[in-house]
Design a protein around this ligand. Structure first.
Ligand SMILES: *Cc1c(COP(=O)(O)O)cnc(C)c1O
Length: 367
């Protein structure tokens, strides 16, 4: 027998979620965002399912090269562009589309010795203040992109900070539209396209769809919104983290559980030990105090975690699931228990849960 923990990855759910993105933005081309090993789901696996996607967006150069080696011929957008001028030749060799994240990058591309131009996404900072060319310098970058031989097709791009929240996108769209307006004459001859939407904007604001949308999290079946569930949106969970009960303890009133004795039994109760811990990617901060637990499903019944998550194990309440013995199936998140709910309980987002799935967890592809 092997350790029972595994992550099931539903291939049909990936296809379903991508199709939903396409249907929601029918006039736009859809990049499948596959950075961070496809948000922990496996780059090659996701690329195989989405081989007919309009394009892929990633961040890591090795994953872009891997996509080309898998036979991907559609555009591959490098979301943060090149890191240092020495990467520009590699971008050119693999025909990668580069984001231009600051004026320095625009100058480096202009100075590069490449045979064919690179298609570029000029990324503008419209308020998130992370990466992006800021307003005063936008004219310079646009001018280079319009005229320099190293710049191929041009897309104007920005990224939203609050597409999922009450502030929405209007405040950033206004700034973006000003940049677009100022670019119109410089790029009149060459032409340009636009790309702004992540999952949240795609699902919520039709006017953000434009030419290219860039959904990530929704492809993996998770909701970008705190107040709207994935199921309500019509998304299907892709990753289901499953394990089993590998031990059972009966506690008397006053007994404690786990490191730090952070849970104290208030009455006689049964608890189950689950083969899954923080070394598998389960968040250590998932609460298991007397006041607050983290949801978990055992034998199809919802219960909660108890005590601190340890490296290889966590503990669940079996008091109301008397038939659950050693070997009982446990769902940590996924089908039947949205990762979003587990993430919320643990004070994080499903993005982080997925990305943290540890290499030691075997992955099983299911249809
Ligand atoms: C990661 C990323 C996305 C995808 O965001 P989701 O919230 O996962 O849909 C889109 N655009 C950029 C620039 C990104 O870095």
């Amino acid at each position: 027998m092997t350790r029972p923990l595994r992550a099931d990855i539903s291939l049909s759910a990936i296809a379903h979620n991508y199709a939903l993105a396409k249907r929601t933005a029918p006039q736009s081309k859809v990049f499948a965002v596959v950075k961070a090993n496809a948000y922990g789901h496996g780059l090659t696996r996701v690329a195989r399912v989405l081989k007919d996607a309009d394009g892929f967006a990633t961040l890591e150069l090795d994953s872009a090269i891997q996509l080309r080696k898998l036979g991907v011929e559609s555009p591959i957008l490098m979301l943060e562009g090149f890191f240092g001028e020495e990467e520009i030749n590699i971008f050119a060799n693999y025909n990668l589309t580069t984001s231009i994240r600051d004026v320095e990058a625009a100058k480096q591309l202009a100075d590069a010795d490449i045979q064919a131009p690179l298609d570029v996404f000029l990324k503008f900072n419209t308020g998130m203040n992370r990466l992006g060319i800021s307003g005063p310098m936008s004219g310079f970058a646009i001018g280079l992109a319009a005229t320099h031989k190293n710049f191929g097709k041009v897309t104007l791009m920005t990224h939203f900070a609050t597409a999922d929240g009450v502030q929405g996108v209007a405040w950033q769209m206004k700034r973006f539209e000003e940049i677009v307006k100022s670019a119109k004459s410089a790029l009149a001859k060459k032409g340009f396209t636009q790309s702004v939407a992540n999952s949240a904007a795609l699902l919520r604001f039709q006017k953000t769809h434009l030419d290219w949308v860039r959904p990530g999290i929704m492809l993996y079946g998770s909701s970008p919104f705190a107040e709207r569930s994935a199921e309500d949106i019509g998304l299907k969970a892709v990753m289901t983290l499953r394990s089993e009960i590998i031990g059972v303890q009966t506690l008397e009133k006053g007994d404690v559980v786990g490191y730090g004795a952070s849970y104290i039994a208030q009455k006689k109760m049964r608890v189950g030990i689950v083969a899954c811990g923080y070394a598998d990617g389960y968040p250590r901060h998932a609460p298991g105090t007397n006041e607050r637990g983290t949801p978990v499903v055992v034998s199809g019944k919802r219960t909660r975690t108890i005590g601190r998550v340890s490296m290889d194990m966590l503990v669940v309440d079996l008091t109301d699931i008397p038939h659950a013995k050693v070997g009982a199936p446990v769902c940590l998140w996924g089908e039947g228990l949205p990762a979003d709910e587990v993430a919320t309980a643990a004070g994080t987002v499903a993005y982080e849960l997925f990305c943290a799935l540890a290499p030691r967890v075997p992955v099983v592809e299911v249809e």
